[in-house]
Ligand binder design. Structure first.
Ligand code: GLU
Length: 484
């Protein structure tokens, strides 16, 4: 059996789109699942779409996500160069296009824009532009004369106009198209660069790629790629086209939704391991219903035969849940390292940040949530006396005023402001009063936090605030309740 070789072939056009990251991940997993090689190739032949810095983004993303390539521009495996513009400079594509011209499988075309514009036809209500093979009629001498005179040209694939072409995709099955639909697509553009359509076939062959993994937007062009393999007499690779990714409204995931790239997600506070895990499930599911997978586990479990062809919905809520699971499972030191900048942004007072970090660890789904969750430690927020009324706790403004007023001297007298000691004090008071815990805890927590939801109970909050600040807040509460 030949060793599996897959490739990730991004175009450096900007941020790493989630769809591209998934392609990279699946290509990586398909190779690694069977001990194969994962190759990185930079497809920069579309000069108009090239974005400065985008190549760095590609390297950085692969490194951060752990998708280590075995070969690439920075790791020669003997089939380089691994950058298409460098391959173009070596004349590789032109050489192979000329081979096809010799075989009658391609031809020079000198038609100008104006003529091409007249070739638009309406088929089934859709406007299409199919080349009419006009230049195929030119004799060898005519072609040579034009080339010698420097007339701009492209090289086109010479596709049959009759019969059908069938190819097999591992996910979508057998696909057959009428050859009449196959346009004579351009292989070499007038600027001398190959089109993606041509370069990908030549490179995949020369690089020994056995499994071509890519987005399903390339599915409709695959018959033409297949024809190219056949024209060269090359073995056709295994095709694995990944399903479309949509947003929750079932539109193609685009920049507009604000979380379409890996970088967007990182900026929104998602962990790389959670992103990778989430992206793995956009189009693939394991046989059991498990959802949490490390990259190593994915490598073992992933089987492209279980990929789905139905569009995968990018469920942001699920991603948040997943990120929360990773945060919960993370060891505390790493968590603290990641949480500290957010804690420091929200809190300038001298409080025990580690204690606060412990409180929020199990409660957040993304790190930026920390700020809003802890800001009450910095300053007591404005709040309404109505917050003291809680139906289930059976509290209202009157009962709360009574509880806080009775507790104030007790808490003033207390020296030990540790959580345990404070808790004992409050429970002793509850027992003496013969009420439920909540009847006391609710007003105390409201007074010291000014919030309905807090990451910890009353006494834990007081421990962090310290005696002076806790008492000051309880006094504010009493005044507020008196006015209510
Ligand atoms: N350069 C193409 C892109 O970025 C890659 C397509 C493929 O994987 O074949 O979309």
């Amino acid at each position: 059996m030949t060793k599996i070789r897959t490739r990730f072939a991004p175009s450096p056009t900007g941020r790493m789109h989630v769809g591209n990251l998934r392609t990279a991940l699946y290509a990586y997993l398909i190779a690694k699942h069977e001990g194969g090689d994962f190759i990185l190739r930079i497809e920069d032949t579309d000069q108009e779409r090239y974005v400065e810095g985008a190549v760095d983004i590609i390297y950085r993303t692969l490194e951060k996500t752990g998708l280590k390539h075995d070969e690439g521009p920075d790791k020669d495996g003997g089939v380089g160069p691994y950058v298409q513009s460098e391959r173009q400079a070596q004349g590789i594509y032109l050489e192979y296009a000329k081979q096809l011209v010799e075989k009658g499988e391609a031809y020079y075309c000198f038609c100008d824009k104006d003529r091409l514009a007249t070739l638009t036809r309406t088929v089934a209500g859709k406007e299409i532009n199919v080349y009419d093979k006009h230049c195929l009629q030119l004799s060898r001498e005519e072609v040579e004369a034009k080339l010698a005179a420097g007339v701009p040209y492209v090289i086109r694939q010479n596709n049959p106009t009759e019969g059908t072409t069938t190819f097999h995709d591992e996910i979508y099955g057998d696909i057959t198209v009428d050859n009449a639909e196959l346009d004579d697509m351009i292989l070499i553009k007038s600027d001398g660069y190959p089109t993606y359509n041509f370069a990908n076939v030549v490179d995949d062959h020369l690089m020994g790629i056995t499994h071509v993994v890519r987005g399903n937007e390339y599915l409709s062009s695959s018959p033409k790629y297949n024809r190219l393999y056949e024209a060269f007499g090359w073995e056709v690779p295994v095709y694995v086209h990944c399903p479309l990714i949509t947003d929750e409204e079932h539109h193609k995931l685009s920049k507009r939704c604000g979380h379409s790239s890996y970088e967007d997600l990182v900026e929104q506070g998602f962990l790389t391991e959670a992103i990778v895990n989430f992206v793995a499930l956009l189009g693939w599911s394991p046989e059991n219903n498990e959802e949490i997978f490390s990259l190593e586990e994915l490598t073992t479990e992933f089987d492209y035969r279980h990929m789905s062809k139905s569009p995968a919905v990018f469920d942001y809520t699920k991603l948040k849940w997943m990120n929360g699971e990773y945060i919960k499972a993370m060891d505390f030191d790493r968590f603290y390292g990641l949480a500290e900048p957010y804690l420091k942004k929200a809190l300038t007072r001298d409080v025990n940040l580690k204690k606060i970090a412990e409180m929020v660890k199990t409660r957040i789904e993304t790190f930026p949530e920390i700020e809003e969750m802890v800001d009450f430690f910095e300053t007591l927020p404005e709040y309404d006396a109505a917050m003291y009324t809680h139906k289930k706790m059976k509290t209202n403004t009157e009962s709360s005023l009574e509880v806080l007023t009775e507790l104030l001297p007790i808490l003033e007298a207390q020296e030990d402001y540790s959580n345990d000691a404070l808790y004992q004090t409050l429970v002793a008071y509850v027992e003496k009063k013969g009420c439920k815990n909540g009847y006391v805890m609710w007003p105390v927590r409201t007074a010291v936090s000014g919030k309905q939801m807090t990451p910890a109970g009353a006494t834990e909050i007081m421990e962090v605030l310290g005696k002076e600040e806790s008492l000051a807040r309880i006094r504010v509460g009493i005044e507020k309740l008196k006015d209510a």
